[in-house]
Structure formats: C-alpha cells, structure tokens
Design a binder for this molecule. Structure first.
Ligand SMILES: [Zn+2]
Length: 132
C-alpha cells in the first residue's frame, strides 16, 4: 500500500516527504557510488517526492555519464535521495529507505530487494549480490 513517509538525513538539516509503496521492489546496486555508500533506494516519481527543508544544505555530485544526480547533506554526509534522469521509467527519485522515519524494523526487513548491475550499466541482476 502506498503511503506518505517522512525522511531526513542524520543531522536533520535535510527533510523530505515521499509517497512510497514499500511492498514494491527497492534496489541495491553494485555501481561505484552505491557500493561505497550502501545506498538502498525505493523509487518515487517526481510528483511523489517533496523536499521539505535543507535545499541549501544539499550538495550535488555528478560523475561518469552525469545522468544520475547524487545528493549529500553537507553537514552529516548522508545521501537522502538521488535523481535518475535517464531510467526505464524516465525521471525518477531514488529515496534512501535508511532515511525514512518511524518505519518498523519488521517492515524494513520485509521490503523486497531487486539487485541492479550498475557497474556494467545494466538494469539487471549482477552475478554477485550477497555483498550488496
Ligand atoms: Zn545532514
């Protein structure tokens, strides 16, 4: 079921809301940045994501194809969300599930995970996933 979740970075400077259905697949990717930050996003379309605070505290980081926009809090370094500009579903937000507030551990543990082979630019499961 889709519902609205509040989220924040660790220091609280960046806050957001997102309409998410946590029974839908979340993603774990093996690309160079997701692996380093252990990013665990759920997908939200642009209309389902609202930045509530901390726009000036966000740092945008681009690399390689510069298609995906990665955002970090400049105080605590947490990555609350990213924006994919060229995905199979068009522009979409990757909302960091780890930043969602008041989600029971039981619910988090039940979220389905789809692995993505970002390292080889493939929207398919990589050969190795246990470390992701
Ligand atoms: Zn922060």
């Amino acid at each position: 079921m889709r519902r609205t979740y509040r989220g924040s970075c660790h220091c609280g400077a960046v806050t957001f809301e997102a309409d998410l259905d946590l029974t839908q697949p979340s993603y774990r990717c093996n690309c160079s940045i997701c692996r380093r930050t252990r990013f665990w996003p759920a997908v939200a379309m642009p209309a389902a994501f609202r930045l509530l605070g901390g726009e000036d505290d966000l740092v945008e980081y681009l690399f390689h194809s510069r298609r995906n926009k990665h955002y970090f809090c400049r105080h605590c370094g947490v990555r609350p969300f990213g924006i994919g500009t060229d995905t199979p579903v068009g522009v979409m937000y990757g909302v960091n599930i780890g930043c969602l507030e008041d989600v029971p551990e039981e619910t988090l543990a039940a979220i389905p995970i789809t692995h993505v082979d970002g390292l080889h630019d493939r929207f398919a499961s990589p050969q190795y996933t246990a470390h992701l």
